[in-house]
Design a protein around this ligand. Structure first.
Ligand code: HEM
Length: 137
């Protein structure tokens, strides 16, 4: 991973006070650019927003704990296969997540921060997709 974990943590801390703005922006962005994924989600996203944020926080807290991180991502990936999330959806979700973080982080967002989040999302998505596909085969 070419991610700088301290940059991930400092940028996540910068958006933490605005978490509901981040998740709102994220879902708006995702559904505007990928209307086809909207039906996979429940009509009301209130709880879902909090769960997404809590999961991201847990992942950010465990970036150095490779075994814990991998186990969390595999479980998440297996559950997502059950929600109908496909490999092809993951890049779109990553784009929307990074757009939301960038929008809300203000001056805390730099090219190095973006590069680190892109690298971390690559690990998140590849681990989730592999576990989801293994669960379905
Ligand atoms: C950074 C990657 C992701 C994280 C951290 C994440 C996190 C979560 C969490 C915490 C939940 C709540 C249920 C649970 O814990 O199993 C959830 C549900 C869900 N996620 Fe994700 N997710 C990610 C990527 C994706 C992707 C790529 C899709 C594809 C469209 C997706 C679609 C869904 C759907 C459809 C639900 C169920 C929502 C509902 O019941 O309304 N997620 N996600």
């Amino acid at each position: 991973m070419t991610a700088d974990i301290s940059l991930i943590r400092s940028s996540f801390a910068a958006v933490q006070p605005h978490s509901s703005q981040v998740t709102e922006y994220f879902y708006d962005h995702l559904f505007t650019h990928n209307p086809g994924v909207r039906p996979l989600f429940a009509a009301h996203l209130d709880e879902q927003r909090d769960r997404l944020w809590a999961a991201l926080g847990a992942l950010v807290a465990n970036l150095e704990n490779t075994d814990t991180l991998t186990g969390m991502l595999q479980n998440l990936g297996r559950r997502h296969a059950g929600y109908g999330a496909l490999a092809e959806h993951y890049p779109a979700v990553g784009t929307s997540l990074i757009a939301a973080l960038r929008h809300c982080a203000g001056d805390a967002w730099t090219p190095a921060v973006e590069e680190s989040w892109t690298a971390v999302y690559g690990v998140i998505s590849s681990t989730m997709v592999a576990a989801g596909e293994a669960a379905q085969s």
